[in-house]
Design a binder for this molecule. Structure first.
Ligand SMILES: NC(=O)C1=CN([C@@H]2O[C@H](COP(=O)(O)OP(=O)(O)OC[C@H]3O[C@@H](n4cnc5c(N)ncnc54)[C@H](OP(=O)(O)O)[C@@H]3O)[C@@H](O)[C@H]2O)C=CC1
Ligand SMILES: O=C(O)CCC(=O)C(=O)O
Length: 418
């Protein structure tokens, strides 16, 4: 028997689906339809290095489900990317888009590359080659990409440009999370983090607590974690610890967040920030705080680390930060977990707004975007929390039930399920 890591993201995603199917009482056939990725592509991505020589990377795009609309989901550049991770991330996108009721299926892409180890020119060549290789699979009406770990708005501009030049005209709606200059949306860079803060505010309110009364720790200081830290600080939360891949910093009285952001923009890491103590990622997860925001990678809250969590609320900025065993431990200990497919859905909500704006070639104001994002996040949170209360299930089980049911309904109504 090959070794199977019980914390592998795909096993977590499959176990979550099985639980939703059990709650919904679906049969084995429908379960299989919902579990099976609709389309997958694996491509070779050769790169000529700046200094000569060639390396070949592997790229993937998975469309897990397209029954409610085109595939939608990010593109990840990380050394650990493999097909099963991309499958898990694509499946989570399917339920996420359904929970916040945007008219998409779920997709995800990835290239097995450490983006820190390559120049910007090299990453541009990798992105253009990857896009060309998968271009038959993507498009505004087929599958729309966005940034994820290791990619950013510049990456999305390269994808959009490569796709467009091959068709002979500009097609902004093939990606979201683009720079404003090429059809991006106001509010998209902060949307995921803003959604995390809306979700945190809503779940605290259920317990009669306000953001200004609590302490928080944030793991991951990239596109999601850094803005979440700033927005929590602006909402009056005392953020006492943050981390990135290299380590973290902790100050019990609360970090000076504007000074921290300035330090990171100067040095590229939270590590070494003055007036704070060093802390490692495991230590951060176990801090005595009210709110914990994992906003880095999958699987950090497994059975062991979940047993050490002291926070009362975990708001998942990352996709899949909690394993199935970790989830059970947190539930048994009464920790409220706002699940990824709800808590970090602000990004895909504003991506949807960006796609709508690009399709109409008509741009909304920052206020319109902020209001519509808040409305959709709060309505989605309410639907999930009411179901959780009514059925006596966790917020994750309730969110999965809503998402999976909407996707299954689309299959059944379309007649795709024999
Ligand atoms: N971007 C978006 O709109 C959305 C992202 N997400 C999810 O949020 C998470 C973060 O994504 P995003 O912020 O975009 O990615 P980024 O690449 O912008 O940032 C990732 C951050 O996580 C840190 N990190 C990486 N590995 C570890 C580790 N093992 N332990 C601690 N920190 C680590 C990185 O540190 P370093 O810089 O040192 O490498 C960096 O600070 C992912 O799970 C992603 O799927 C979910 C919804 C939308
Ligand atoms: O903005 C999007 O389209 C999707 C972002 C993403 O990859 C995610 O929500 O995990």
């Amino acid at each position: 028997m090959p070794d199977v890591d019980p914390d592998a993201p795909l096993l977590t995603a499959q176990a979550q689906l099985s639980r939703a199917v059990e709650i919904l009482g679906y049969d084995a056939g429908l379960h299989e339809v919902l579990a099976t990725p609709r389309r997958e592509m694996r491509v070779a991505v050769p790169l000529r290095r700046d200094g000569g020589g060639v390396e070949v990377f592997t790229g993937y795009r998975v469309q897990h489900n397209i029954s409610r609309g085109p595939g939608k989901g990010g593109l990840r550049y990380a050394p650990g990317v493999d097909i099963d991770e991309v499958r898990a991330l694509a499946m989570w996108m399917t339920w996420k888009c359904a929970v916040v009721d945007v008219p998409y299926g779920g997709a995800k892409g990835g290239v097995t590359i450490d983006p820190h180890a390559y120049s910007s020119a090299e990453l541009e060549r990798v992105t253009r080659r990857y896009t060309s290789e998968i271009s038959s699979m993507i498009g505004p009406e087929k599958d729309i990409m966005a940034p994820d770990i290791g990619t950013d708005e510049r990456t999305m501009a390269w994808v959009m440009d490569t796709y467009s030049v091959n068709r002979g005209f500009t097609i902004p709606a093939v990606t979201t999370g683009k720079p404003l200059a090429v059809g991006g949306s106001l509010g998209r860079p902060t949307a995921t983090s803003q959604g995390v803060v809306h979700a945190a505010r809503a779940t605290l309110a259920d317990a009669g607590v306000e953001l200004s009364e609590v302490t928080a720790a944030v793991q991951g200081f990239g596109k999601v974690g850094s803005h979440a830290t700033r927005l929590l600080h602006e909402a009056g939360t005392r953020v006492v610890a943050v981390s990135d891949e290299r380590g973290g910093v902790h100050r019990a009285d609360g970090l000076d967040v504007p000074a921290l952001l300035e330090h990171v923009s100067r040095t590229g890491s939270v590590v070494g920030f003055g007036d704070a103590d060093a802390i490692d990622n495991a230590g951060l997860l176990a801090l005595d705080v009210d709110v914990l925001v994992p906003a880095a990678v999958e699987g950090v809250l497994d059975a062991d680390s979940a047993a050490r969590v002291k926070a009362r609320w975990v708001v998942e900025g990352a996709n899949g930060p909690t394993t199935s065993e970790g989830d059970q431990v947190l539930a048994d200990r009464g920790v409220v977990v706002v699940p990824d497919i709800l808590a970090n859905a602000g990004g895909v909500v504003v991506s949807y707004f960006e796609w709508v704006q690009a399709n109409q070639a008509y741009w909304w104001t920052a206020q319109e975007i902020a209001e519509r994002l808040e409305q959709r996040m709060l309505a989605s949170y309410r639907a999930v929390s009411e179901l959780a209360r009514a059925e006596q299930v966790t917020l994750r089980e309730a969110a999965l039930t809503i998402g999976v049911r909407r996707v299954a309904e689309a299959h059944l109504i379309r007649g795709l399920y024999p």
